[in-house]
Write a protein that binds this ligand. Structure first.
Ligand SMILES: Nc1ncnc2c1ncn2[C@@H]1O[C@H](COP(=O)(O)OP(=O)(O)OP(=O)(O)O)[C@@H](O)[C@H]1O
Ligand SMILES: [Mg+2]
Length: 323
């Protein structure tokens, strides 16, 4: 039995969006994140994988408090942060940071690297004088593999990989404990993806960080994460340690995804292979298991209810009636 309080705990998290549907532009609600529960221990790196549109970014944005959940609870270090406002929210923002997919749009083109880095220090009144601010900025720049002379340059003067290093430095400068990495390498040239992944791996060790790594690329998650959560249409369908998941994927969706692991040679990498069968729409989800219309193991039972995520083996959870 684990005794310690997890760093992050999520209970029945739900996010609905209003969308416009069809020719008559009728309003409808979709469940982008559909009642998910999980926890992440301090020091873990947990991967969140699934196809485009399954709710990964929406989940990440709720965890960093950029998006209000429709329902459910988020606990950070045991404290309920679901409805925090004002100064308490500000304190939490310091501890939880996010790195976005696209370093071309996430950095303000009018600000120098120093302006970008010192802004969080000013907002949170971390450093006393300008010397101290500069010192902190220089240290973090070195940590992410950039040089002191980069401080006075603008984002457009950098390559994609270097820009992502700046975005990582900005996320780290307040010494957060938890970082959501949303597809941190997918906008980058394949040749620099491995460098950024190595950097993230080393930073986690050096700064004792906890990660939630969002990716549609199983090889990225395998490299960086110790545990993996598989998401399908807003639901978690399988959770296991990385080694266990690759040794014995249990959910038919995970197994199908595994058949599409990109080639280790980055030049031959492909996006996730399309899985056969109709992808049901979030606007009109199937009555039972959302994966049933595409599932090779489907029986009539699967049309009746969505299977609960349950512990099938120690530490290995899956949501499927057929396992
Ligand atoms: N602000 C919004 N308003 C309406 N619908 C939204 C909004 N944000 C996301 N969605 C919808 O919610 C679902 C989940 O989107 P999300 O961006 O979380 O997916 P994702 O797994 O991150 O996908 P990708 O791999 O393409 O980044 C999608 O159907 C998306 O269209
Ligand atoms: Mg996304």
């Amino acid at each position: 039995m684990k005794q310690e309080i997890p760093l992050l705990k999520v209970e029945n998290l739900l996010k609905e969006f209003s969308v416009v549907k069809g020719f008559w532009a009728k309003k409808a609600r979709i469940k982008a994140v559909n009642n998910i529960s999980f926890s992440i221990d301090e020091g873990e790196a947990v991967g969140l994988v699934g196809e485009s549109g399954c709710g990964k970014t929406t989940t990440g944005r709720m965890l960093v408090k950029l998006l209000e959940p429709t329902a459910g609870k988020i606990f950070f270090s045991g404290e309920d942060i679901s409805n925090l406002k004002g100064s308490k929210l500000k304190t939490i923002r310091r501890e939880i940071q996010m790195v976005f997919q696209d370093p071309f749009s996430s950095l303000n083109p009018r600000m120098t690297v120093y302006d970008i880095l010192k802004r969080p220090l000013e907002i949170f009144k971390v450093a006393k004088g300008s010397d101290e601010k500069k010192q902190i900025a220089l240290e973090i720049l070195q940590d992410v593999g950039l040089k002191p002379e980069h401080l006075t340059r603008y984002p457009h003067e950098f390559s994609g990989g270097q820009r992502q290093r700046i975005a990582i430095a900005r996320a780290l400068i307040l010494k957060p404990r938890f970082i959501v990495l949303d597809e941190p390498t997918s906008a980058l040239d394949v040749s620099v993806q491995a460098q950024i992944l190595n950097l993230l791996k080393n930073l986690r060790k050096e700064h004792s960080l906890t990660y939630l790594l969002i990716s549609h690329d199983l090889s990225v998650v395998r490299f960086l994460a110790n545990r993996i959560m598989v998401m399908y249409m807003g639901k978690l369908v399988e959770v296991a340690s990385t080694s266990e998941l690759f040794r014995e994927p249990l959910h038919p969706y995970t197994r199908l995804l595994m058949g599409s692991i990109p080639n280790p040679n980055p030049r031959h990498r492909k996006k996730l292979k399309m899985i056969e069968g109709d992808i049901p729409s979030l606007l009109n989800p199937p009555p039972g298991c959302f994966f049933a219309p595409r599932c090779p193991l489907k029986t009539s039972e699967c049309d009746k209810a969505f299977p609960e995520l349950r512990e099938v083996k120690e530490g290995h959870l899956a949501a499927c009636f057929k396992i």
